[in-house]
Design a protein around this ligand. Structure first.
Ligand SMILES: O=C(O)CCC(=O)C(=O)O
Ligand SMILES: [Fe+2]
Length: 314
C-alpha cells in the first residue's frame, strides 16, 4: 500500500501556507494510517550509505566476536543483542533477528549513567561510532521538525516537544534478519507489534517484508521510494494524545522460500524523550466522546515496563 507521502521541505520552507498544509497532511495521516513516507527528510544519502556499509561489516563478524559487544545488564539498549533474544509483547516465539543499538551521544550534564550508558565501541569496523553519532544527530533533527508539526496539529506550542527530546533517550537500531536456513515454524522476522517511543524514523529497508495492519484489519505491505523515509507513530505519542494519533501495528514477514538465502537489513531510529517527560493524556485530547483512556505515567516508567514485556529487561 502506498502510505501517504509528505514533503518535509514544505514545513521548513518559510511559506506559511505550505507549512500549514504540511501540518494538516501529517496530522490527518497519523489519525488515519499512523504511517507516512517523508521526502526531503534531511538525512544525507551518503551518510545512509556509509551506515549501511558499516552495519553489514559489523553483522558479518564471527558470532563469538559479536557476542563480546553484548551486555545483558543494559537490556539491549546499547551494543549487540544476539539472534533469538527479543520477542514481541505477547508472543513467545523470538523474532528472527539480531541487532545493535546506539544511544544518545551527548547526554545532558548530570544525566544518570544508568539511564544513559556509554555506547559500545566496535573497533573492528573503522569509523563505526562516528557514523552512528552523525546519523543519530541527523535523525534527531528531522524528528524534531516532525514533532514540531505534530505539536501544531495538536494546537500545542510549536516547540512543545523540543525540550523533552533535547539530549533525549532515543535509540538508533541496526537490525540484521539473517538468511533463513530451516523451516521457521511459527516464527517470523519481526512479529506484529507497536513501537514504544514517540515516533520511529526508518530508512529504506534493504528488502521487502514490512507490513502494517489497516483499520480494516488487513495486512498490507508498506512501500516507499528509495529517497523517502518511513515515519510512524509509537505508543508514547498515542498515549499522550489519548488515541487521537495511531500507533499502528506492524510486522516483518519472511520472504518467499526462494529468497530464504538472503539477508534483510533495516535501521529504525526510535525517537524517545527524556525519561522524566510526563505521558499524561493532553487536556486538548480528552473530550466527552474520548474520555481519558490511560493512567498518568512518565516516559521512563513506561519504557521500563515495555522492555520487561519484550524480554530485554529482567
Ligand atoms: O525492519 C523493519 O522494517 C521494521 C522493524 C521494526 O518494526 C522494529 O524494529 O520496531
Ligand atoms: Fe517496529
Amino acid at each position: 500500500m502506498a502510505i501517504p507521502v509528505v514533503n518535509l521541505a514544505d514545513f521548513l520552507s518559510g511559506d506559511p501556507q505550505l507549512k500549514k498544509s504540511f501540518v494538516q497532511q501529517l496530522g490527518k495521516a497519523y489519525e488515519e494510517v499512523g504511517f507516512v513516507a517523508v521526502k526531503n527528510h534531511g538525512i544525507p544519502d551518503t551518510l545512509i550509505e556509509s551506515l549501511y556499509t558499516q552495519v553489514q561489516k559489523f553483522f558479518s563478524l564471527p558470532a563469538e566476536r559479536k557476542r563480546q559487544f553484548e551486555v545483558p545488564e543494559l537490556a539491549g539498549q546499547r551494543g549487540y543483542t544476539s539472534f533469538g533474544r527479543e520477542h514481541a509483547k505477547g508472543s513467545s516465539a523470538p523474532d528472527l533477528k539480531e541487532f545493535y543499538q546506539h544511544g544518545q551521544p551527548e547526554p545532558a550534564a548530570g544525566a544518570s549513567a544508568e539511564e544513559y550508558p556509554d555506547n559500545i565501541e566496535v573497533e573492528d569496523v573503522p569509523g563505526f561510532r562516528e557514523t552512528f553519532d552523525k546519523t543519530y544527530r541527523a535523525f534527531e533533527s528531522s524528528g524534531k521538525a516532525l514533532l514540531q508539526a505534530i505539536a501544531l496539529y495538536l494546537d500545542l506550542p510549536e516547540h512543545y516537544f523540543d525540550d523533552h527530546i533535547r539530549n533525549g533517550n532515543s535509540i538508533l537500531r541496526a537490525i540484521h534478519y539473517p538468511p533463513i536456513t530451516q523451516e521457521p515454524k511459527s516464527a517470523i522476522r519481526a512479529e506484529q507489534h507497536e513501537d514504544i517511543n514517540l515516533i520511529t524514523l526508518l530508512v529504506g529497508a534493504s528488502a521487502d517484508g514490512l507490513q502494517i495492519l489497516t483499520k480494516q484489519n488487513e495486512w498490507v505491505p508498506v512501500t516507499s521510494l528509495p529517497e523517502q523515509i518511513v515515519v510512524n507513530v509509537g505508543d508514547m505519542l498515542q498515549r499522550l494524545t489519548n488515541n487521537q494519533l495511531r500507533s499502528t501495528t506492524h510486522r516483518v514477514v519472511n520472504p518467499a522460500r526462494e529468497l530464504w538465502h538472503t539477508s534483510r537489513f533495516s535501521i529504525p531510529f526510535f525517537l524517545h524523550p527524556k525519561g522524566e517527560m510526563s505521558l499524561a493524556c493532553l487536556d486538548g485530547c480528552i473530550t466527552d466522546n474520548h474520555p481519558k483512556a490511560y493512567a498518568d505515567t512518565t516516559a521512563g516508567e513506561y519504557l521500563d515496563e515495555r522492555l520487561r514485556e519484550i524480554g530485554l529487561k529482567k
